[in-house]
Ligand binder design. Structure first.
Ligand SMILES: [Zn+2]
Length: 69
């Protein structure tokens, strides 16, 4: 009986871990190919083109994944 309970518990933990991995993996997987650039001072100013400066302060945009530590 105890063995079955341990098996069920481990199965549940594995299922939760797989679900978490799926969601976090999916958020970084397909989106990683898209390079978004954002102003360090105004992160809501974003562009796909790093040559375009921030429209508010004129600072060059940096990769948004570098802003997220
Ligand atoms: Zn700015």
């Amino acid at each position: 009986m105890d063995g079955i309970q341990i098996m069920v518990t481990l199965g549940g933990i594995a299922l939760i871990a797989a679900t978490l991995w799926f969601f976090f993996g999916a958020s970084t997987g397909p989106g990683a190919g898209k390079k978004k650039f954002a102003c360090p001072m105004h992160p809501w100013i974003t562009s796909d083109d790093p040559a375009v400066p921030c429209s508010l302060c004129g600072m060059p945009l940096v990769r948004s994944d570098e802003l997220k530590t």
